[in-house]
Design a protein around this ligand. Structure first.
Ligand code: ATP
Ligand code: MG
Length: 388
């Protein structure tokens, strides 16, 4: 038994070349998402069609719903292109619905414009047929209990009564590549997810302070990557040990400046990794005003350490909005597991909230920055992380 699933995609504003690129990327990502389920993906009348084994329907649906660019999907019954065949498919479909759904509306659409009946004619013929066959049904065009949608394709007709929402957005890969600064917290995985939603393909970079932080912090970053990979396919995760850098900062710089100087070191390291991997931007989970290092002044001083573009998708979001998105994505339960972040290790008692660039730059003269960067980068570890 084969199940057929119609896949709708959006961003109708896209035209011409962009549209082709969008569709090609979406197709690749759909194929990757259903890999191993025995499902084929084809193009039909402005949609994609997934055809796979019926016993894997739920699995296929749940995977397709994680592909960015997908607006909604509908498992559909099919019929040959004749009114009798469509009627009998409609009848079978109605029989699978609970009898409590008593009002309905038929909504037909034609991709094949040579089909002998117009859409309104299909609506009224199929509607009348259902009314005569099922006395418990009546029509309600405004607030029906169910909509029977019929799409007249070029080779067959598709009938369905429901839509599952997809994540929307743009297919991963169409807008470029970026490096996600991935801590073990709640925010950064959500930031990565949002960047992917706008079509960025993401690699992760995690900073740890082994042996001051346990292996667990690295495993956590890996687990979070694995979760993100369910939306994007295999992800590369880079890890850099910043223990030596933190020690130097602690020894040589004023304590209240510790975090901001560490952040500046992080973006310099990120810039080096991004250049090496040909990634065009850095993505962070910073949100304005959330903690001391996330004031406008701090963000400005962090930006000044690098020339690479820094994207902050969570900038304007409230914590509770970020948390509910994290729950939806499935990263929340991983993020809340206890762990030591490298940043919490040498946390100053009174971190600066309004750092001044001049003063920070002066404090940094106590550090041999090029050497520290070089040493840290030489210990870079990279792994490929498969999806969960
Ligand atoms: P998160 O929940 O993502 O850790 P946060 O609200 O705790 O964010 P900070 O700890 O100030 O905020 O970190 C701000 C951003 O800096 C993070 O969202 C992340 O992008 C980056 N970052 C912080 N610590 C690390 C780390 N250990 N490795 C990689 N990136 C980090
Ligand atoms: Mg954090």
């Amino acid at each position: 038994m084969t199940v057929k699933i119609l896949i709708r995609y959006g961003e109708i504003a896209l035209k011409g070349k962009n549209r082709n690129m969008f569709e090609a990327a979406l197709r690749r990502n759909l194929i990757r998402a259903v890999h191993g389920t025995g499902t084929a993906i084809t193009r039909i009348h402005g949609r994609f069609l997934a055809e796979g084994p019926a016993d894997k329907q739920q699995e296929i649906i749940s995977r397709l719903r994680k592909v960015f660019g997908v607006v909604s999907i509908s498992p559909a019954a099919t019929a040959a292109l004749g009114m009798e065949e469509i009627q009998s498919a409609a009848s079978q479909l109605v029989q699978t619905l609970p009898r409590s759904l008593a009002t309905f509306k038929v909504e037909a659409r034609r991709a094949k414009k040579t089909f002998p009946l117009t859409s309104p004619e299909i609506n009224s013929q199929i509607g009348a047929f259902l009314l005569s066959s099922y006395p418990h049904l009546s029509v309600d065009v405004h607030q029906p209990d169910f909509r029977l949608e019929i799409e007249i394709g070029h080779r067959e007709a598709f009938l369905y009564t429901g839509r599952y929402a997809g994540p929307g957005g743009l297919p991963v890969g169409v807008t470029g590549k970026a490096l996600l600064l991935l801590s073990g917290g709640i925010d950064s995985p959500v930031a990565g997810w949002m960047a992917m939603k706008r079509g960025l393909s993401i690699e992760g970079l995690h900073f740890h302070s082994f042996p001051f932080t346990g292996r667990r912090s690295q495993e956590k970053a890996r687990d979070l990557c694995q979760k993100l990979a369910t939306y994007s396919g295999k992800m590369t995760l880079h890890m850099i040990n910043v223990a030596a850098i933190q020690q130097h900062i602690k020894e040589s710089c004023p304590e209240p400046m510790g975090i901001i100087i560490l952040r500046r070191m992080m973006v310099r390291l990120a810039e080096a990794v991004a250049a090496n991997r040909r990634l065009q931007a850095i993505v962070t989970g910073e949100s304005l005003g959330q903690v001391a290092s996330q004031t406008l002044e701090s963000l400005e001083v962090i930006n000044a350490a690098t020339n690479i573009l820094i994207l902050r998708p969570l900038l304007a979001m409230d914590k509770h909005e970020i948390v509910s998105l994290a729950e939806e994505i499935g990263s929340y339960n991983i993020s809340i597991q206890p762990f030591e972040d490298c940043c919490t290790l040498f946390l100053p008692r009174h971190p600066l909230t309004r750092p001044r660039l001049k003063a920070i730059e002066k404090a940094e003269t106590a550090l041999d920055i090029p050497r520290l960067i070089k040493d840290a980068i030489s210990g870079l570890e990279s792994v490929r992380v498969p999806s969960l």
